[in-house]
Every structure is written in structure tokens, then in C-alpha cells.
Design a protein around this ligand. Structure first.
Ligand code: CAA
Length: 419
């Protein structure tokens, strides 16, 4: 993998999550399950919980506002906006067009939504990088937002692997954070029923253990396709990487993925070498995933943020790998290179203060919230009142009135009709 003279890659990034969370020990106690199953068995400490006033649009807009502001990017520089989500808010209207209005992006900005379960965000990154590399961007940048609310429902096996949040990335030329190797992207697609969400359901269905197998098969397939594109396949070995990023539905899945990645390089599995490799290249960047939970499309980028917020200058110029998986299933294996001087920006990407300010829900509050959210999108419902959920800020989903979603500040006083 030779670095390009005019690299395309990640120029800016930020996370935004809901204002409430649930501690996994509280959930385990309520479900009469050993807490170690959630904290050690799955690797989760807390999970973000979105109230009925925090939907995919508000999370996406907040992440995007932070990205543009923190990295001093003017909205007029954005020529493509893609929101990757499996938590769409309308069968026809994309989340992206609401975000386009909230951010004040130019009218000649191409705007759309991508869906392939958790793969939608990475699909947007690849598409926009190609758009820039082709010259069609004419100097403009692309804004990609991965925004989702993961819900399996109360008492399900998937319940401890829920979460919510959005990661916004700006893709541009000569990026400040991460160059992408566009000449080596491995793809994999296979129709499987491992995880899906029928049109009538707010909750996802999953064949949990089968989904893990599908994920690992997809890793093998996408990696093989990537290796077929490089002169020396060893350049894609884990040992050649400073960090390996995986889709993280729950933290333990990244360990399973890294194990498979290492297994594919060696005929004989050496547990000591695997553990050392995991501890060095994967585990240090999973602390945000452990406190936010599964954010579907954004979870791989949350691990990237964790890496970037503690980036040491000695990592600059070194390679990293990305395995993105979306159930159903579609996946890609790609590689990046930490940009020169990237460590200088690490203080801009750290969401620690935001996470520390979250409110801890009781299990009773969480369950009431889940039940009420089932009807939050009904026409003329009254569940989306930010004062009921003790929220701060000025951008909320305020319910659906006259069959149109309404976004704005506190209800009535600053109500603003969309559309
Ligand atoms: N102490 C410590 N560890 C314990 C324990 C205890 N008391 N009890 C159980 N464990 C361990 C188990 O040994 C197991 O670890 P290993 O996988 O290393 O063997 C782990 O905790 C989980 O236990 P189970 O497998 O028994 O858990 P489960 O059957 O209740 O469900 C799950 C686990 C299948 C992941 C479920 O949470 C689920 O269905 N999640 C949603 C689907 C999902 O996340 N799939 C991932 C791949 S698909 C994808 O990535 C797309 C996406 O985002 C959905």
C-alpha cells in the first residue's frame, strides 16, 4: 500500500450521544442475571438511552455541528451529505435532508441516506472518498454521519447490546486525521437473516449467535478480497497495523473478530500472541464503545475516536485497518494511514466531558421510556416533551403533528415546523 501524493481521508470527526444512560449492573440486577455476563462476557459497562425527543436526526445534527465547529469547517465547503442509518425516521424522506436544513448546507450539496444495517456509514465514507478522488468534488468536502438508535426490546438477549449515538466525519483531500488507502478495499455481500427490522417494528430482531458467525465469515471474505488487491498480502496482517478497528456491536465482538483476523494469518493459533496483539492494537480503543453501547453504523468510528483522542505522535504515518459489518449482510475491509501531525488535533475529538454529563436512569425510568417511545412517532402524540425527560439544549424532536415531524427547542415557545 503506497500512500497517495494527494491523499483523501478523514479530515474531521465528532461524536454526539443522548443525555441519559443505563448502567449494566443495574440492568443485570433487574433481569436477575450475573452482572459479569454483561461486563465481562459482553464487555459492556453502560449503554446510552435515547429519550423520545432524541432521534436519529437530532443526534446526527449535533454530531455534525460539533465536527464543523471544532475543526473550523464552513458549511459552504460541504458538497455531499450522506447519513448512514438503520434507524430511518420516514419511509421516503431521508434523515439527511432534515440535517441539511439544520446545518444550513448549500442547495447544491448532494444529500441522501444509505442503509445496510451497520454498514451504511462506511458505505458513505467509501462513496464520498471515490467522489473526491474522481475530481467531481471540485475542492469541496463530504460530510458523512453515522447515526442510530439500537433497540432490541426489554428482556431480549440483545437488550444489553443496545445503545444510541452519532459520529460525523468530514472526508476531504489532504486530511488532518487519517489518509484512506483507496486502492485496497475488500468487499463482501451475502443475503443472510442474522439481524433485521421489519417495517412494522421499532425493535430489531436478531438470530444472535448466527449473527456472530455471519460477521466472522464476512471478515474472512472481505479480507480475502482486500488481499487480492495488494502485491504483498502481508501488508494487511495485524502485525503491520498500529490499530485494528472493527464494527463493535458489543466489546467482546472485537476480540472475536481480532482472533479470526489473526487466525487467518497463522496456521497455528498462539493464544499469548493473540492476547498481546489484542491488548496492543484493539482493546485500548474500546472504552467509548463500552460506555455508549452499540450505535450500529457509528460503532467502528467510535473506536476510531477513542484512538484519535489519545493519539501519540509516534503513531503518525502508521497504518490502521477497518472492518465494517452490516447484518443482512454487507461488509468491507479497508486500510488507512494516520496523517502527519494528526496528534495535534486529538483534544478536539474527545467526548469525555459530554459522556460525564449524562444522567443515569433507573431501570424503571428506562422501561417507561422504552414503552412511551413505541408511540413517540404516532401522529399528534405527546411523548416528545424535553422537559419530561430533564433534557438540556435547543434541538429536539417535538413529535409528529399534522403527519409532519417537528424539530426545535422547548415545545410551543420555540416550535419550528419542518418541511
Ligand atoms: N460471567 C462472565 N461471562 C459470562 C457469564 C458470567 N456469569 N455468563 C455468560 N458469559 C459469557 C459467555 O461465555 C459468552 O462469552 P463468549 O461469547 O466468549 O463465549 C458471553 O458472556 C455472552 O453469553 P451468551 O452467548 O450466553 O449470551 P446470550 O446468548 O444471552 O446473547 C448475544 C449474546 C447473542 C450477543 C446477544 O446479546 C444478541 O443477540 N445481541 C444482538 C446481536 C449482535 O449483537 N450480534 C453481533 C454480530 S451482528 C452485528 O454485529 C450487527 C449488529 O450490530 C447487530
Amino acid at each position: 500500500m503506497t500512500p497517495s501524493k494527494n491523499p483523501v481521508g478523514i479530515d474531521a470527526i465528532a461524536f454526539a450521544g443522548p443525555q441519559c444512560y443505563l448502567d449494566m449492573r443495574d440492568l443485570a440486577a433487574a433481569r436477575k442475571i450475573d452482572p459479569d455476563k454483561f461486563t465481562k462476557g459482553l464487555g459492556q459497562e453502560q449503554m446510552a438511552v435515547a429519550t423520545p425527543c432524541e432521534d436519529t436526526v437530532t443526534l446526527a445534527a449535533k454530531a455534525a455541528q460539533a465536527t464543523l465547529k471544532n475543526f473550523d469547517i464552513d458549511p459552504s465547503e460541504i458538497g455531499t451529505l450522506i447519513v448512514g442509518t438503520e434507524t430511518g425516521v420516514d419511509h421516503a424522506k431521508p434523515v439527511a435532508v432534515y440535517v441539511h436544513e439544520i446545518l444550513g448546507l448549500p442547495s447544491n450539496c448532494r444529500t441522501f441516506e444509505t442503509k445496510h444495517a451497520c454498514f451504511g456509514g462506511m458505505a458513505g465514507v467509501g462513496t464520498s472518498a471515490d467522489w473526491i478522488a474522481s475530481g467531481r468534488a471540485r475542492g469541496r468536502k463530504a460530510l458523512i454521519i453515522a447515526s442510530d438508535i439500537a433497540r432490541y426490546g426489554i428482556g431480549t438477549a440483545g437488550e444489553p447490546t443496545q445503545g444510541a449515538g452519532a459520529v460525523a466525519l468530514v472526508i476531504g483531500q489532504n486530511p488532518r486525521l487519517m489518509n484512506l488507502h483507496l486502492n485496497c478495499i475488500g468487499d463482501y455481500t451475502r443475503q443472510v437473516m442474522d439481524f433485521w427490522r421489519p417495517l412494522y417494528s421499532k425493535y430489531a430482531f436478531a438470530d444472535g449467535h448466527y449473527s456472530i458467525q455471519c460477521y466472522l465469515d464476512a471478515l474472512e471474505g472481505a479480507l480475502a478480497d482486500a488481499k487480492s488487491q495488494v502485491d504483498d498480502p502481508h501488508t494487511l496482517n495485524t502485525d503491520s497495523m498500529e490499530a485494528c478497528f472493527y464494527h463493535v456491536p458489543f466489546v467482546k465482538m472485537a476480540l472475536k473478530a481480532h482472533r479470526r483476523h489473526v487466525e487467518l494469518q497463522h496456521d497455528v493459533m498462539n493464544d499469548k500472541a493473540l492476547n498481546e496483539s489484542y491488548a496492543q492494537r484493539v482493546a485500548p480503543w474500546l472504552t467509548l464503545n463500552a460506555t455508549v453501547g452499540n450505535i450500529y453504523t457509528g460503532s467502528i468510528f467510535l473506536a476510531l475516536i477513542d484512538f484519535l483522542r489519545r493519539l501519540d505522535p509516534s503513531s503518525e504515518g502508521k497504518n490502521t485497518s477497518f472492518f465494517a459489518y452490516g447484518s443482512g449482510c454487507g461488509a468491507s475491509y479497508s486500510a488507512g494511514q494516520v496523517a502527519d501531525n494528526a496528534a495535534a488535533w486529538r483534544h478536539l475529538v474527545d467526548p469525555a466531558a459530554q459522556l460525564a454529563a449524562r444522567r443515569r436512569l433507573t431501570v424503571e425510568e428506562y422501561e417507561r421510556l422504552m414503552h412511551e417511545d413505541e408511540h413517540a412517532d404516532d401522529n399528534e402524540a405527546t411523548h416528545s416533551d424535553p422537559t419530561r425527560w430533564q433534557l438540556d439544549g435547543d434541538l429536539f424532536y417535538l413529535g409528529t403533528h399534522n403527519h409532519q415531524r417537528v424539530y426545535g427547542g422547548m415545545p410551543k415557545a420555540h416550535m419550528k415546523r419542518a418541511g
